[in-house]
Design a protein around this ligand. Sequence first.
Ligand code: SAM
Length: 281
Amino acid sequence: MDKTIASKDILDPKIRFSFGKNWTNFLELLDDQRIQEAVKSLQEKLGSTDLKGKTFLDIGSGSGLFSLAAHRLGAQVFSFDYDQDSVNCTKYLRAKYAKNSSTWSIEQGSVLDKTFLEKFAKVDVLYSWGVLHHTGHMYQAFENVSHLVKDNGSLFISIYNDQGGASRRWTWIKKKYINSNNPLIRFILVLYTLLMQWRITFIKDFLNSGNPLKTWFLYGQNDRGMSPWHDLIDWVGGYPFEVAKPEEVFNFFHKKGFQLGKMKTCAGGVGCNEFVFRKKL
Ligand SMILES: C[S@@+](CC[C@H](N)C(=O)[O-])C[C@H]1O[C@@H](n2cnc3c(N)ncnc32)[C@H](O)[C@@H]1O
């Protein structure tokens, strides 16, 4: 598995997935129920009913949903994303739900840009869900975020699970998707991904309830307020793509003085492992 990808990859838009365009489409589905689900996921994982008096840095804010959730919980929020469309999505949410807020700033920038990061003071909560493995330099991104958390502060990240040969095959599929302008090829890759990721669930749902799409339709109520379709597109296109075993992520941050508070793995399967670390005093 490529652990490093040449730096030209991250600078070349032809081989970067347009995350922000996918998030722009997702925002059409956003409603109060999804926002509540996002709020709940932060409360559960951070073990706190509110974030009053806390600073919250959302790196790779994407749609902006989790910045909004943290803002609703009372945090002073700083959001940034590399993709200008993602930045625009986050700004759209601020304009819609937190107009004139003086406690939510949004910028365009990269977690790999050390000069850009210098402007941020250390925060109480650093949130970077599903981001650092899409930078093209995951371990550099790990290093950079490790310096941005206050003592006793929380670092909440999720990182793609290393499935060995399967991860290499997904890398190939993602590159094909990104490099292809042919809608038929893209359609076939999306269909393949849909079947690989959902066929067992469709069959189980059909056998248990008669409705093969039961879990699909309940996804937004159960999974961070996300949408299964937009997550699927994010998955098939999401490149640069790196992966790590849970112990690799643990070992890296343990050496940097972080203690693991919570972890949710995908049990060796496809998807992200989630980690909530606390920076030791
Ligand atoms: C899969 S999305 C996750 C969005 C959001 N964190 C969430 O949980 O819904 C990944 C986001 O990371 C952003 N991203 C990728 N590389 C980045 C970088 N070097 N610095 C900041 N953001 C980056 C992408 O533009 C995209 O919006």
